[in-house]
Design a protein around this ligand. Structure first.
Ligand code: ADP
Length: 497
């Protein structure tokens, strides 16, 4: 029998990657292409969806050869979420650039909808907040502003999709217009209670139902790639948005299990099981994954500046030459220092959601040195994670066990000092897995589950391996005093201050 492989597409905000995995979840070959960000105006961020598709095809073709006569059993896809693509069903061409999740152009529209009292209803139905971040108002903007879009949509000529749908449409040469429940749950249009597109919200945003993809489980028959692309047809069998895929890659399958990904920003997800929990602390409720029609929900919190704070210390302040140097300096900092750095460069995310807050460094004394500022930068990520954990604990009514570990991944977790500081600040263990590419791994597992390479989530749990576990070793008073100082520092930068 020839060896089997799984092909995973990891379509991110700044690059498109393909990874060929063997059935043990070991990467055999990786190819990656970065692509340009398009900034037409202040606060606008766009991508060329055609380039994303062309890059996807190129990177897939680059790695597929490594199967070397073996069978590529299935394709898994994970992708930047919320980014909105609208294309013509006849020509397959997008009618405008994709509007990226970071784009703020619909801020006013969201404010108006909030003023009209829509937010409570939207939160109850979609688990989200009325924020430009999500796809719904971006899609409405395209219909309102792109010439001819509304008329074409009304005639059923246009299709909407997040990046997963767009890639599947192209892989299948227009035969499948589908998405998965995790990506759907980020659109602001999907009712996460009854698992349907929500007609009331669609009406309110004036979006025709005919534009929307069919919503499938994360393990499903999403279609088959056209043989012209890779020589043979390959089943597209697993799909999840990037943070959800990381949750799967980290094997967070029981309620109370959680992961945080520390890249540019940080995204933390807490599995809340089959019951949706609505947040009273401005976290999002979202679908972690949906298998065999059964959704598993999560609470999600995001921090805008995690690794990006270290980048700023490196490139803006020029206090360090490389990100890893931050660790050497943090070790040397004065442990008694009371310096706080609040990285509210673009406002603050969960649980504050204050777009107008701006950053600050406070608590400087005559003996404050570079090391203390660098340490404060790293600590700001730990403090912000604690903010999220406190909100999660509040939303789950105290059912988040104090000793439940936080599983971590992303570029910043190479920093051991950070992870020890994080464990101390949270008062709970922090676990770093052996294989850090959890997002791609999650999509691979989904595809493998669907085609029978893996038999259940238990296989994923068994495959997860801990590289290092950081136990908290600070006393509670010390930890709470530091955190209290952080909260006071944040209070001083909020726009209401
Ligand atoms: P993204 O996927 O968002 O581009 P990555 O997961 O590649 O991000 O992580 C890159 C981020 O991690 C950068 O912002 C960088 O500053 C940070 N980083 C990388 N190594 C370290 C380190 N040793 N200490 C602190 N931060 C680090």
């Amino acid at each position: 029998m020839s060896e089997k492989y799984l092909l995973t597409i990891d379509q991110g905000t700044t690059s498109t990657r393909a990874i060929l995995f063997n059935t043990l979840g070991v990467p055999v070959k990786v190819a990656q292409r970065e692509f340009p960000q398009i900034y037409p105006q202040d606060g606008w961020v766009e991508h060329d969806a055609v380039q994303i598709w062309e890059d996807t095809l190129l990177v897939c073709r680059e790695v597929i050869g490594a199967a070397d006569g073996g069978e590529v059993a299935a394709i898994g896809i994970t992708n930047q979420r919320e980014t909105t693509v609208v294309w013509n069903r006849e020509t397959g061409r997008p009618i405008c650039n994709a509007i990226v999740w970071q784009d703020r152009r619909t801020a006013n529209r969201c404010e108006t909808l909030k003023a009209e009292g829509l937010e409570a209803q939207v939160q109850e139905k979609t688990g989200l907040l009325l924020d430009p971040y999500f796809s719904g108002t971006k899609l409405a903007w395209i219909l309102d502003e792109v010439s001819g879009a509304r008329a074409a949509a009304d005639k059923g000529q246009l299709a909407f999709g997040t990046i997963d749908s767009w890639l599947i449409w192209n892989l299948t040469k227009g035969r499948s217009h589908v998405t998965d429940a995790t990506n759907a749950s980020r659109t602001l249009l999907f009712n996460i209670n009854d698992q349907n597109w929500d007609s009331e919200i669609l009406n309110r945003l004036d979006i025709p139902h005919s534009m929307l993809p069919d919503v499938l489980d994360c393990c499903a028959d999403f279609g088959t790639s056209d043989p012209e692309h890779f020589g043979v047809p390959i089943k597209i069998a697993g799909v999840a948005g990037d943070q959800q895929a990381a949750t799967i890659g980290q094997a967070c399958f029981d309620p109370g299990m959680m992961k945080a990904t520390y890249g540019t920003g940080c995204f933390a997800l807490l599995n809340t099981g089959p019951d949706k929990k609505l947040s009273e602390n401005k976290l999002l409720s979202t679908i972690a994954y949906r298998l065999a029609g059964q959704p598993t929900y999560a609470l999600e919190g995001s921090i805008f500046m995690a690794g990006a704070t270290i980048q700023w210390v490196r490139d803006g302040l020029k206090l360090i030459q490389s990100a890893p140097e931050s660790e050497e300096l943090a070790v040397k900092a004065n442990p008694e220092s009371k310096v706080y750095l609040v990285p509210a460069f673009t406002g603050l995310g969960a649980p504050y959601w204050d777009p107008h807050a701006r950053g600050a460094i406070i608590g400087l004394t005559r003996d404050t040195g570079v090391a203390d500022i660098v340490r404060a930068a790293i600590e700001s990520v730990s403090f912000q994670t604690r903010d999220l954990m406190e909100a999660m604990a509040g939303d789950t009514g105290g059912t988040l066990p104090a000793d439940a570990p936080l599983r971590v991944d992303g570029g910043m977790v190479a920093n051991d000092w950070f992870l020890q500081n994080l464990a101390n600040m949270l008062g709970r263990p922090v676990e770093r897995p052996t294989y850090a590419e959890t997002t791609a791994l999650g999509a691979t597992y989904l595809a493998g589950l669907q085609v029978g390479i893996y038999s259940s989530l238990d296989d994923v749990t068994a495959a997860w391996q801990c590289d290092c576990r950081f136990e908290p070793n600070a006393n509670a008073d010390e930890r709470d005093a530091r955190y209290d100082g952080w909260q006071k520092a944040v209070a001083r930068v909020l726009s209401s201050a």
